[in-house]
Design a protein around this ligand. Structure first.
Ligand SMILES: [Zn+2]
Length: 562
């Protein structure tokens, strides 16, 4: 069996969007067949504008077979499992438009020491994290802060007894100092005779022994000793990320990655079975020929793992003053930002990838980067002819008000991450001044201009939890609490609009609106059950809602309904 046959036999059905639609009738049962599971007494937000609410849904196989009390009750048979949701809130599974999923998932297995406020707490958090790792694996992560326990720097003795077989290298919150245990020092070859490299420090005690703290360039000695993760390590981290996402009601992730590691892992996970969560993998635009060849050879994957999208970058970020603006930065008039690639190259890649039928997602943060991307998309349509393309601008963070209508005119999807608004909102005005705040994180303006607003997280830059994104879009309160009425409050949107941006809009962005993103008969059964109705609770409490139950492809993947 060659590789292609293996993949075909494993994937079975649904190679490519057109094919999946063509085989749809094979999944449909006769109308009289009983449901596998009936969910009753629910408060359902369907995502269907003409019938936005329902109280029951039924699934058969991997599909939603009935919606609404009457239809569901009529299809209950003797073998149907019924679940009384007692008023719980049901939404289509959340789809996240932008994550760096592998890096974030690897972070889940690492230590999070931000809250350690004593020597004992530091040791017990490290012990707990070490216990979750396979034998001999390095414990990384950290973000400890000695100011939380009075200012004494930690030493290897604090943690050696709880990590006899786990090498530990955990960074201080500023990322400049690292705490090592004795095993890590040994593996890194650091002892009393070691001399720090230029730009680095190895702290030693009164007896001349290393205490376990190394600074700046001395960290290189440690990094050389940490093995590259194997494919098995990567896949195990991905599975941890999947379990975490399912616990938050996330059923599909769009990978917007600048390397191929996640893509390769997703292909391995799919060959092993159902990953449990769906993925659409975007890979780096400069490599468009590789994915084009794959699409020609194998199609675009199936509804578990799909590909055919390219991620390109125009500019950098606002925080580092590398986002590209028409005018200079307010707090540094010497720069108006940078481009990540020569724009001529980027343009040629966009023309060529689009010509090959691939989907384009282009990172643009500053107003000039957004205008350049809109112009280039217009030129692409002109050059390659009309087609259903679903161009995406990733972040679309600072857009001149006059350019906002162009998103709808060119059918460009603003692929935004609302948590960034309440994070950057603390200091964005310093960078760009008050005038350019018009068109900054302009969610309401995009909707009013007819664009299909799409939401995601940018995990690990922001939390994966969609409720934090909905809260940010609805209330726009900056994370420092300085804007209780909302930062740029005229750009607040409704909970209903935020739910659409996390469900129907992302199904559309992935060319899957015929089978994902809504709760309607015939669609794939992907949904989440929450303990609070986001449409009726006090918006202050949105982030306190809990996911109770997550179903993907008709199977329960996370459950605490009890
Ligand atoms: Zn990103």
């Amino acid at each position: 069996m060659n590789r292609r046959e293996l993949i075909l036999s494993t994937l079975g059905t649904g190679l490519g969007a057109g094919f999946a639609t063509a085989v749809l009738p094979r999944f449909l049962w006769a109308a009289g067949d009983p449901l596998d599971t009936a969910y009753l007494n629910a408060s359902i937000w369907t995502g269907v504008p003409s019938a936005p609410q329902a109280t029951a849904l039924g699934i058969r196989g991997n599909r939603i077979a009935a919606v609404g009390e009457e239809a569901v009750r009529a299809a209950i048979g003797s073998k149907t499992r019924t679940v009384d949701l007692a008023g719980a809130f049901v939404v289509p599974g959340f789809i996240d438009n932008h994550t760096h999923f592998l890096r974030s998932s690897q972070g889940l297995a690492q230590a999070d020491l931000r809250l350690a406020s004593s020597r004992e707490e530091l040791a017990s958090l490290i012990a707990a994290s070490a216990a979750k790792l396979p034998e001999g694996a390095w414990l990384l992560g950290g973000n400890w802060d000695e100011q939380r326990w009075g200012g004494e720097l930690p030493t290897r003795e604090w943690i050696d007894s709880v990590t006899p077989n786990t090498p530990v290298a955990v960074v201080r919150t500023d990322q400049h100092s690292t705490l090592l245990n004795s095993l890590a020092l040994k593996l890194a070859g650091i002892d009393r005779h070691s001399v720090a490299p230029p730009g680095g420090v190895i702290i030693k005690d009164a007896n001349g022994e290393p205490t376990g703290i190394v600074k700046d360039a001395a960290r290189d000695l440690v990094d050389h000793a940490i093995p590259e993760p194997t494919d098995a390590d990567i896949d195990a981290a991905m599975r941890q990320g999947i379990a975490y996402g399912l616990s938050l009601g996330v059923t599909q992730i769009h990978i917007k990655e600048v390397d191929w590691a996640t893509h390769h892992s997703l292909r391995r996970l799919r060959l092993q079975g159902e990953p449990g969560m769906r993925f659409y993998s975007y890979v780096p635009l400069p490599d468009w020929e590789r994915i084009s060849a794959l699409v020609q050879e194998e199609g675009r994957g199936d509804d578990w793992v799909r590909w055919g999208g390219m991620k390109g970058l125009v500019d950098g970020s606002l925080g580092s003053r590398t986002a590209l603006f028409h005018e200079p930065y307010t707090d540094d008039p010497s720069t108006s930002g940078i481009t990540m690639f020569p724009l001529e190259d980027l343009r040629e890649w966009i023309f060529a990838a689009d010509g090959a039928g691939l989907q384009l997602a282009i990172h643009a943060i500053g107003d000039q980067a957004n205008d350049w991307t809109l112009d280039t998309f217009a030129a692409t349509i002109e050059r390659n002819g009309p087609r259903d393309r679903r161009f995406l601008i990733e972040h679309a963070q600072h857009v001149r008000p006059a350019s906002i209508p162009r998103f709808a005119q060119l059918s460009v999807i603003p692929s935004v991450q609302p948590f960034h608004a309440i994070d950057d909102g603390r200091w964005a005005v310093n960078r760009i001044g008050p005038e350019r705040l018009h068109g900054t994180y302009a969610f309401k303006s995009f909707l009013d201009a007819g664009a299909r607003l799409s939401f995601g997280s940018d995990w690990p830059v922001a939390p994966l939890d969609p409720l934090t994104g909905i809260d940010a879009a609805v209330l726009r309160r900056t994370v420092d609490g300085a804007n209780p009425g909302g930062w740029i409050p005229e750009e607040k949107i409704s909970v209903d609009a935020a739910l659409h941006a996390y469900t129907t809009a992302n199904a559309y962005a992935g060319f899957q609106e015929d089978r994902l993103g809504r709760i309607a008969p015939g669609l794939l059964a992907d949904f989440a059950v929450l303990d609070a109705n986001l449409l009726t609770i006090d918006p202050d409490r949105i982030t306190q809602a809990k996911v109770l139950h997550t179903v993907v492809d008709g199977k329960v993947r996370f459950d605490r309904l009890g």
